[in-house]
Design a protein around this ligand. Sequence first.
Ligand code: MD3
Ligand code: FE
Length: 217
Amino acid sequence: MDPLPLFDTNPSPAPSETLEEGAVLLRAFATAAAPALVEEVSRIEQAAPFRHLVTPGGYPMSVAMTNCGRVGWVSDRTGYRYDPVDPDTGAPWPAMPRAFLDLAMRAAAEAGFPGYDPDDCLINRYVAGAKLGLHQDRDENDAWAPIVSVSLGLPAVFLWGGRRRSDPLRRLRLESGDVVVWGGPARFVYHGVAPLKDGLDPLTGAVRLNLTFRKVF
Ligand code: MD3
Ligand code: FE
Protein backbone atom coordinates (compact mmCIF):
# COMPACT_ATOMS: atom_id res chain seq x y z
CA MET A 1 0.00 0.00 0.00
CA ASP A 2 1.20 3.51 -0.80
CA PRO A 3 2.16 5.69 2.12
CA LEU A 4 -0.26 8.49 3.00
CA PRO A 5 0.65 11.71 1.19
CA LEU A 6 1.34 13.63 4.40
CA PHE A 7 2.81 16.55 2.47
CA ASP A 8 -0.56 17.31 0.84
CA THR A 9 -2.80 19.17 3.28
CA ASN A 10 -5.09 20.63 0.62
CA PRO A 11 -8.63 19.57 1.56
CA SER A 12 -10.16 21.03 -1.62
CA PRO A 13 -11.31 18.75 -4.44
CA ALA A 14 -9.17 20.58 -7.01
CA PRO A 15 -5.44 21.24 -6.86
CA SER A 16 -4.24 24.77 -6.26
CA GLU A 17 -3.08 26.84 -9.19
CA THR A 18 -0.51 29.64 -9.11
CA LEU A 19 -1.82 32.68 -11.01
CA GLU A 20 1.43 34.57 -10.58
CA GLU A 21 4.12 34.87 -7.90
CA GLY A 22 2.23 35.32 -4.60
CA ALA A 23 -1.24 34.67 -6.04
CA VAL A 24 -2.83 31.24 -5.61
CA LEU A 25 -6.24 30.08 -6.83
CA LEU A 26 -7.89 27.41 -4.68
CA ARG A 27 -10.83 26.16 -6.72
CA ALA A 28 -13.84 25.08 -4.59
CA PHE A 29 -11.84 25.44 -1.37
CA ALA A 30 -14.86 27.03 0.37
CA THR A 31 -17.61 24.90 -1.18
CA ALA A 32 -18.19 22.78 1.92
CA ALA A 33 -18.22 25.82 4.21
CA ALA A 34 -20.29 28.01 1.86
CA PRO A 35 -23.76 27.48 3.45
CA ALA A 36 -22.40 28.34 6.91
CA LEU A 37 -20.55 31.38 5.54
CA VAL A 38 -23.69 32.70 3.83
CA GLU A 39 -25.63 32.17 7.06
CA GLU A 40 -23.04 34.24 8.93
CA VAL A 41 -23.35 37.01 6.35
CA SER A 42 -27.07 37.30 7.11
CA ARG A 43 -26.31 37.63 10.81
CA ILE A 44 -23.66 40.26 10.18
CA GLU A 45 -25.95 42.33 7.98
CA GLN A 46 -28.57 42.45 10.73
CA ALA A 47 -26.09 44.36 12.92
CA ALA A 48 -24.19 46.15 10.14
CA PRO A 49 -26.45 46.53 7.09
CA PHE A 50 -25.09 46.53 3.54
CA ARG A 51 -24.68 50.04 2.20
CA HIS A 52 -23.51 51.71 -0.99
CA LEU A 53 -20.40 53.61 0.04
CA VAL A 54 -19.72 56.91 -1.68
CA THR A 55 -16.34 57.34 -3.35
CA PRO A 56 -14.21 60.41 -2.63
CA GLY A 57 -15.38 61.57 -6.08
CA GLY A 58 -18.96 61.63 -4.78
CA TYR A 59 -20.52 58.65 -6.55
CA PRO A 60 -22.21 55.71 -4.76
CA MET A 61 -20.60 52.36 -5.59
CA SER A 62 -22.76 49.78 -7.39
CA VAL A 63 -21.43 47.09 -5.03
CA ALA A 64 -22.99 47.12 -1.54
CA MET A 65 -20.59 46.56 1.36
CA THR A 66 -20.38 45.74 5.03
CA ASN A 67 -17.63 44.41 7.33
CA CYS A 68 -16.85 42.29 10.34
CA GLY A 69 -13.72 42.18 12.47
CA ARG A 70 -11.63 44.64 14.49
CA VAL A 71 -11.97 47.33 11.80
CA GLY A 72 -14.01 47.86 8.66
CA TRP A 73 -13.11 49.44 5.33
CA VAL A 74 -15.21 52.51 4.58
CA SER A 75 -15.26 55.23 1.97
CA ASP A 76 -16.86 58.66 1.99
CA ARG A 77 -16.27 62.14 0.57
CA THR A 78 -13.19 62.50 2.83
CA GLY A 79 -11.46 59.38 1.46
CA TYR A 80 -10.90 55.68 2.26
CA ARG A 81 -10.05 54.38 5.72
CA TYR A 82 -10.23 51.44 8.12
CA ASP A 83 -12.53 52.40 10.99
CA PRO A 84 -13.15 50.44 14.23
CA VAL A 85 -16.67 51.90 14.29
CA ASP A 86 -19.39 51.46 11.69
CA PRO A 87 -20.24 55.05 10.74
CA ASP A 88 -23.81 54.01 9.85
CA THR A 89 -24.62 52.56 13.28
CA GLY A 90 -22.05 54.19 15.57
CA ALA A 91 -21.24 50.71 16.93
CA PRO A 92 -18.17 48.51 16.52
CA TRP A 93 -18.33 46.13 13.56
CA PRO A 94 -19.65 42.62 14.34
CA ALA A 95 -16.94 40.21 15.47
CA MET A 96 -15.42 37.96 12.84
CA PRO A 97 -17.23 34.60 12.98
CA ARG A 98 -15.10 31.56 13.81
CA ALA A 99 -16.07 29.94 10.49
CA PHE A 100 -14.71 33.00 8.58
CA LEU A 101 -11.43 33.02 10.47
CA ASP A 102 -10.99 29.27 10.16
CA LEU A 103 -11.47 29.33 6.39
CA ALA A 104 -9.21 32.35 5.85
CA MET A 105 -6.43 30.81 7.97
CA ARG A 106 -6.58 27.47 6.17
CA ALA A 107 -6.57 29.13 2.74
CA ALA A 108 -3.65 31.44 3.60
CA ALA A 109 -1.63 28.53 5.01
CA GLU A 110 -2.35 26.47 1.90
CA ALA A 111 -0.98 29.32 -0.22
CA GLY A 112 2.21 29.60 1.87
CA PHE A 113 1.19 32.26 4.42
CA PRO A 114 0.95 30.49 7.81
CA GLY A 115 -0.27 32.27 10.95
CA TYR A 116 -2.67 34.57 9.11
CA ASP A 117 -4.61 36.81 11.50
CA PRO A 118 -6.91 39.13 9.52
CA ASP A 119 -8.27 42.33 11.12
CA ASP A 120 -11.14 42.86 8.70
CA CYS A 121 -13.43 40.89 6.47
CA LEU A 122 -14.93 43.24 3.89
CA ILE A 123 -18.13 41.74 2.47
CA ASN A 124 -19.09 42.80 -1.06
CA ARG A 125 -22.57 42.15 -2.43
CA TYR A 126 -23.17 42.25 -6.19
CA VAL A 127 -26.50 42.21 -8.00
CA ALA A 128 -26.86 42.09 -11.81
CA GLY A 129 -24.92 44.97 -13.37
CA ALA A 130 -22.85 45.73 -10.28
CA LYS A 131 -19.12 46.01 -10.93
CA LEU A 132 -15.88 47.06 -9.33
CA GLY A 133 -13.63 49.34 -11.32
CA LEU A 134 -9.92 48.68 -11.70
CA HIS A 135 -8.10 49.55 -8.45
CA GLN A 136 -5.30 48.62 -6.07
CA ASP A 137 -5.88 47.78 -2.40
CA ARG A 138 -3.33 49.99 -0.68
CA ASP A 139 -4.95 51.15 2.57
CA GLU A 140 -3.37 48.32 4.60
CA ASN A 141 -0.16 48.88 6.56
CA ASP A 142 0.96 45.29 6.16
CA ALA A 143 2.01 45.14 2.53
CA TRP A 144 3.12 41.49 2.56
CA ALA A 145 0.26 39.70 4.33
CA PRO A 146 -2.20 38.29 1.83
CA ILE A 147 -5.71 39.34 1.00
CA VAL A 148 -7.86 36.20 0.96
CA SER A 149 -10.87 36.39 -1.35
CA VAL A 150 -13.84 34.00 -1.13
CA SER A 151 -16.51 33.95 -3.86
CA LEU A 152 -20.06 32.85 -2.97
CA GLY A 153 -23.17 32.64 -5.14
CA LEU A 154 -23.38 33.86 -8.73
CA PRO A 155 -20.20 33.62 -10.81
CA ALA A 156 -18.23 36.71 -11.82
CA VAL A 157 -15.44 37.63 -14.19
CA PHE A 158 -12.49 38.87 -12.21
CA LEU A 159 -10.03 41.12 -14.04
CA TRP A 160 -6.44 41.51 -12.98
CA GLY A 161 -3.46 43.21 -14.45
CA GLY A 162 -0.08 44.24 -13.15
CA ARG A 163 1.41 46.88 -10.92
CA ARG A 164 0.68 49.61 -13.43
CA ARG A 165 -2.83 50.58 -14.43
CA SER A 166 -1.84 50.30 -18.08
CA ASP A 167 -0.62 46.68 -17.75
CA PRO A 168 -2.66 44.18 -19.81
CA LEU A 169 -5.67 42.60 -18.08
CA ARG A 170 -6.34 38.93 -17.64
CA ARG A 171 -9.84 37.52 -17.04
CA LEU A 172 -10.72 34.79 -14.59
CA ARG A 173 -14.16 33.33 -13.99
CA LEU A 174 -14.71 32.90 -10.25
CA GLU A 175 -17.43 30.56 -9.07
CA SER A 176 -19.08 29.91 -5.75
CA GLY A 177 -16.57 28.34 -3.37
CA ASP A 178 -13.47 29.56 -5.20
CA VAL A 179 -10.80 31.17 -3.04
CA VAL A 180 -7.90 33.34 -4.21
CA VAL A 181 -4.98 34.32 -1.99
CA TRP A 182 -3.06 37.45 -3.00
CA GLY A 183 0.08 38.00 -1.00
CA GLY A 184 3.66 39.20 -1.15
CA PRO A 185 4.64 40.29 -4.66
CA ALA A 186 1.05 39.99 -5.94
CA ARG A 187 -0.33 42.32 -3.31
CA PHE A 188 -0.41 45.51 -5.39
CA VAL A 189 -1.72 44.34 -8.73
CA TYR A 190 -4.58 46.28 -10.28
CA HIS A 191 -7.84 44.32 -10.27
CA GLY A 192 -11.59 44.67 -10.66
CA VAL A 193 -14.81 42.79 -11.37
CA ALA A 194 -16.77 42.93 -14.65
CA PRO A 195 -20.51 43.76 -14.45
CA LEU A 196 -22.36 40.81 -12.92
CA LYS A 197 -24.61 38.81 -15.23
CA ASP A 198 -28.04 38.07 -13.83
CA GLY A 199 -28.89 34.58 -12.70
CA LEU A 200 -30.11 32.55 -9.76
CA ASP A 201 -27.81 30.71 -7.41
CA PRO A 202 -29.25 28.00 -5.14
CA LEU A 203 -27.38 29.41 -2.13
CA THR A 204 -27.61 33.19 -2.55
CA GLY A 205 -30.38 33.80 -5.11
CA ALA A 206 -29.73 36.73 -7.47
CA VAL A 207 -26.58 37.78 -5.69
CA ARG A 208 -22.81 37.30 -5.62
CA LEU A 209 -21.08 37.70 -2.27
CA ASN A 210 -17.34 38.18 -1.97
CA LEU A 211 -15.45 38.04 1.31
CA THR A 212 -12.04 39.71 1.37
CA PHE A 213 -9.96 39.16 4.47
CA ARG A 214 -7.37 41.81 5.23
CA LYS A 215 -4.44 42.23 7.61
CA VAL A 216 -4.60 45.96 8.23
CA PHE A 217 -2.13 46.70 11.07
C1 MD3 B 1 -5.57 41.26 -5.81
N1 MD3 B 1 -12.97 42.63 -4.39
O1 MD3 B 1 -12.88 44.17 -2.18
S1 MD3 B 1 -11.68 39.79 -4.81
C2 MD3 B 1 -11.99 44.36 -3.02
O2 MD3 B 1 -14.66 40.13 -6.09
C3 MD3 B 1 -12.02 43.56 -4.27
O3 MD3 B 1 -15.36 41.63 -4.72
C4 MD3 B 1 -13.20 41.88 -5.58
O4 MD3 B 1 -11.22 43.78 -5.13
C5 MD3 B 1 -14.50 41.15 -5.45
O5 MD3 B 1 -11.06 45.17 -2.88
C6 MD3 B 1 -12.09 41.03 -5.97
C7 MD3 B 1 -10.03 39.41 -5.32
C8 MD3 B 1 -8.99 40.37 -4.86
C9 MD3 B 1 -9.14 41.14 -3.74
C10 MD3 B 1 -8.12 41.94 -3.30
C11 MD3 B 1 -6.91 41.98 -3.99
C12 MD3 B 1 -7.81 40.43 -5.55
C13 MD3 B 1 -6.76 41.22 -5.13
C14 MD3 B 1 -5.83 42.77 -3.55
C15 MD3 B 1 -4.64 42.77 -4.23
C16 MD3 B 1 -4.52 42.01 -5.37
FE1 FE C 1 -9.63 45.10 -4.30
